[in-house]
Design a protein around this ligand. Structure first.
Ligand code: GDP
Ligand code: IMO
Ligand code: MG
Length: 424
């Protein structure tokens, strides 16, 4: 039995989906605690590739029950599409998904507002247009609609009407668009979609409490990554939720004292999709190598991911903010064929060298990376399954990361498939 949080240690897309699926076979419950359909978690099993945006990656394991916690912003459309895709692929979802009644619903007006806000921003964030920011905004403003509210015939019609009236007034005043959203249409949409998902609604917090009491294994599936956290990330170039370990507690109702481990999912290099500072970003043939060999294309939006060297300042920051106790190091196979590999160990800022990450965009924009250079390796390591058989320079690279972070690397991922994994 163990209660583990798996968290993205960089800017998302670290390979969380693959690692969660890998660990899912030992888990009774896999639980999403924040974010929404902005996530894109890839799981490859045999020749099949699944991309999950809102349903936890544990769904592909027969044993695990997938839960969507109160901290998630729930997207009906994305959920129903994913459910249909899984069912058509023969994945049994019956009795294996639980959606918290307290998760806030992403409404059509949230997605539309996301687009308009981004269009009007002078400095673009590069959001996924999944309505994430506006949905969390309404939650915090206390005008949100939760999954359970849809069947509350006192609250739902009044709140929805009020929201739509206000959104329509806003769109009319700012853009001259009259009656942009129709109350009747959105009301019907919510009722229809709710009737499809209602059999999955259940108290996730209660389920987890019972699981803990019965000494079951629970795996919390972080979405996005530490540097996209609304509080600890590279604000304002972040998402609108707490992506870090603490988010698992508020986003599901589990107490911090119940957590046994925090697994940091860390890519062996760095990528970022969307805008914002990125100190180790590469614009040369090494960056090209990472983008091509790593197939670094965004899972949710199809955008090219920006690529750069591994940043030890980010890794150490992530270890601290999340309390990472072990690391799953992913995509290290992608580094094969590089004659030398750099690791960033400091930031040159004006006349000083910083040895700690600072989550301030205006400082990061003016930092130059200070690198340690390690020897690369030529071999294709994607078929290797034991640590000892890895090339010496690959082991040196891994051990360097362990030394600099002070955290053991317990899983090494050498390819997208389940079995392309080395446990230590
Ligand atoms: P997530 O958002 O953290 O779940 O990551 P994504 O699924 O968005 O992106 C990770 C991509 O890398 C996916 O296409 C995975 O199939 C792939 N991947 C995961 N682990 C590995 C690995 O160790 N090696 C390689 N080459 N690809 C990997
Ligand atoms: P997974 O779970 C990488 C980025 C967007 C944008 C910023 C804000 O697959 O790792 P949002 O739509 O959330 O308001 O966008 O956050 N972003 C991600 N980047 N991986 C993700 O999820 C992301 N989810 C959001 O590109 O820069
Ligand atoms: Mg992703």
């Amino acid at each position: 039995m163990s209660i583990t949080i798996a968290v993205g240690a960089q800017w998302g897309d670290e390979g969380k989906g693959k690692i969660i699926d890998l660990l899912g076979s030992d888990s009774d419950y896999v639980v999403r605690y924040q974010g929404g359909a902005n996530a894109g978690h890839t799981v490859e099993i045999n020749d099949k590739k699944y991309i999950l945006h809102i349903i936890p990656s544990g769904i592909l394991n027969k044993r695990a029950v997938s839960c969507i916690g109160n901290g998630v912003v729930f997207d009906f459309e994305s959920f129903i599409n994913e459910l249909n895709t899984l069912n058509s692929a023969g994945v049994d979802t019956e009795g294996r998904i639980i959606i918290s009644p307290y998760a806030h619903v992403v409404m059509p007006y949230h997605k539309e507002t996301d687009r308009y806000l981004e269009k009007d921003r002078l400095s673009k964030i590069g959001t996924t247009f999944k309505g994430i920011g506006p949905a969390y905004q309404d939650k915090i403003s206390r005008c949100g609609i939760r999954v359970a509210d849809i069947i509350d015939d006192d609250y739902f019609p009044v709140t929805l009407k009020n929201n739509i009236e206000l959104k329509n007034r806003y769109f009319d005043a700012i853009y001259g668009e009259k009656n942009k959203f129709s109350y009747d249409q959105i009301y019907d949409l919510c009722k229809t979609k709710f009737s499809i998902i209602k059999k999955y609604v259940g108290d996730v917090s209660d389920v987890i409490e019972e699981a803990v009491k019965r000494k079951k294994s629970v795996l919390f599936e972080g979405a996005q990554g530490t540097l996209l956290d609304i509080d600890h990330g590279t604000y304002p170039f972040v998402t609108s939720s707490n992506t870090t370990g603490g988010g698992a507690c508020t986003g599901t109702g589990i107490s911090p004292t119940k957590i046994d481990n925090v697994l940091g999912v860390m890519k062996a290099y760095t990528t970022r999709v969307g805008n914002g500072p990125f100190v180790t970003e590469l614009f040369d043939e090494y960056g090209e190598h990472l983008a091509i060999q790593g197939h670094e294309i965004g899972t949710t939006t199809g955008r090219k991911r920006r690529c750069g060297y591994f940043d030890a300042l980010i890794a150490k920051y992530s270890v601290r903010i999340n309390g990472i106790s072990t690391i799953a190091l992913t995509k290290i196979d992608v580094l094969g064929g590089m004659d030398r590999i750099k690791i960033c160990v400091g930031y040159k800022h004006k006349n000083t060298v910083l040895d700690k990450f600072v989550p301030l965009a205006n400082i990061l924009e003016h930092c130059e990376p200070v690198y340690e250079v390690l020897d690369g390796w030529e071999e294709d390591i994607s078929e290797i399954r034991s640590y000892e058989k890895l090339p010496e320079n690959t082991r040196k690279y891994i051990e360097y990361i362990e030394k600099i972070t002070g955290v053991p690397v317990s899983i090494i991922s050498v390819g997208p498939k389940r079995d392309q994994s080395i446990f230590r």
